[in-house]
Write a protein of this length. Structure first.
Length: 97
């Protein structure tokens, strides 16, 4: 299930950076409890103006990719996002070593 979720979310681009939320390391948790898929996102900043947009986009992508599965997407304040959560491709694209 983890891989299916990550595949579905890899099409969601952060509109400010243009990199998908999986490569940015914004996916904190993927859980299924009582048949409900819950994905917890973290933002690069606690005051990220895109948090609601990204959560809505993630939920829509998951509902489309996993139609019979109830889905819930939340945004957490913790843990704090750090650049080491990014994939190598994202770091290279942003020029981070």
């Amino acid at each position: 299930m983890q891989e299916l979720v990550r595949d579905a979310l890899s099409g969601i681009l952060d509109p400010d950076i243009g990199i998908n939320i999986v490569d940015l390391g914004l996916i904190d948790r993927i859980d299924t409890v009582d048949g409900v898929l819950t994905v917890t996102l973290i933002m690069t900043s606690p005051s990220c103006p895109q948090s609601r947009f990204l959560a809505r986009e993630a939920e829509a992508a998951l509902r489309k990719s996993l139609p019979p599965t109830p889905v819930r997407v939340t945004v957490a304040d913790r843990p704090a996002w750090t650049p080491d959560r990014m994939s190598r491709a994202a770091r290279d694209r942003l020029g981070w070593k």
